[in-house]
Design a protein around this ligand. Structure first.
Ligand SMILES: Cc1cc2nc3c(=O)[nH]c(=O)nc-3n(C[C@H](O)[C@H](O)[C@H](O)COP(=O)(O)O)c2cc1C
Length: 329
């Protein structure tokens, strides 16, 4: 399958693995890229720009296919050294950057000068248009279903994707709630040129996380995620657990008085304990509603091949069948 996204990024299939804190290591990105998608290393998971440079070099040893780096702009008082992070990406010869959080205006000129394609992940049509205006090459449109930060507008992809298609001139991929061939065909039908997946890629053999994390995703249903930090306007969709229920109790009790310090135990620095140690109640960790559609732990290649085969069947058999008057069950 060829789309504007496969052509822009030089990949075989229009499937991207979104940046994920303490998941997007070289092993994850290389496995997705080797399977014909676009794997993405999560820049801020690396402690220093030098560590990121090492991770990029490691990924290059593991794949000769294109891969990207995610640069997330966090709402924090002590921002990471973004210029040094960008320099590590440029020096590493990376060809694609996924930006997220605030719009990437501050780093865009450096990335563009280095010939890097920038896909900005955002959760609304207005932020997508802003990304287009400042010169991003593509957008990843992240619906309310998504794992991680869905923004504050709460518009699900069934509306958000066609709205993006109505407004945008640059190509976009769907993000949030995508899991299989049905997701890909639906995304393409709604105007996207491919899809981005987060949660689905964690439940793969190569994902460099503790087995407990993969099993928790397989065991979860679409009813098992919660929205936390809404009172702080920093909403995050996470898998429910003891820490999350405690956090929600605090949110309820404190109401508008809630401050970040009140929930620091449940959210700060918990990712290594969850992703590396498999301590599943250590704190709040991002997970999408799509967990309800995840039943197994395939390799990245098995997953991507299955998605493409399923998409082919849906398009060429089921949908073409309907057009020819063939009614199925
Ligand atoms: C565990 C986890 C960690 C994530 N960390 C980041 C991150 O650091 N930066 C980022 O831009 N997005 C992050 N995301 C969001 C994903 O890149 C992607 O947009 C999202 O997972 C898509 O929704 P889905 O999970 O329904 O596929 C994270 C998602 C998950 C599940």
């Amino acid at each position: 399958m060829k789309t504007a996204i496969t052509e822009m990024f030089g990949i075989e299939h229009p499937i991207i693995q979104g940046g994920m804190h303490f998941v997007g290591f070289a092993e994850m990105a290389a496995a997705v890229s080797n399977a014909g998608g676009l794997g993405i290393i999560t820049g801020l998971t690396q402690k220093t720009p030098q560590d990121l440079a090492n991770e990029i070099a490691k990924c290059k040893d593991m794949t000769d296919k294109p891969f990207g780096v995610n640069i997330t702009f966090l709402p924090t008082l002590n921002p990471p050294d973004y210029p040094a992070i960008v320099q590590a990406v440029i020096d590493g010869g990376v060809k694609v950057v996924e930006t997220a959080g605030r719009n990437p205006q501050q780093v865009l000129p450096h990335l563009k000068d280095a010939g890097i394609k920038v896909i900005h992940k955002c959760t609304s049509v207005r932020h997508s248009l802003k990304a287009q205006d400042i010169g991003c090459d593509a957008v990843s449109v992240d619906g309310f279903e998504c794992g991680g930060h869905p923004g504050e507008d709460d518009v699900p992809n069934m509306i958000l994707l066609p709205r993006a298609a109505d407004e945008l001139d640059i190509p976009f991929v769907s993000s949030g709630g995508q899991a299989d061939g049905r997701s890909l065909v639906a995304s393409l039908a709604m105007g996207a040129q491919g899809m981005n997946m987060g949660t689905r890629f964690i439940a793969t053999k190569e994902a460099p996380v503790h087995e407990n994390v993969k099993q928790a995703i397989v065991a979860a249903s679409e009813l098992d995620t919660r929205l936390v930090m809404r009172p702080l306007r920093n909403t995050e969709r996470v898998l429910t657990n003891e820490a999350v229920e405690r956090l929600l109790e605090k949110e309820k009790a404190l109401g508008a008085d809630l401050k970040f310090e009140d929930i620091i135990d449940e959210v700060a620095g918990v990712y290594p304990r969850i992703m590396m140690d498999g301590d599943m109640d250590a704190g709040a960790w991002s997970c999408g509603m799509v967990a309800g559609l995840i039943y197994d732990i395939p390799t990245c290649k098995e997953l991507i091949d299955r998605i493409m085969t399923e998409a082919d069947q849906i398009i060429n058999e089921r949908l073409v069948g309907f057009m020819k008057g063939k009614v199925d069950a």
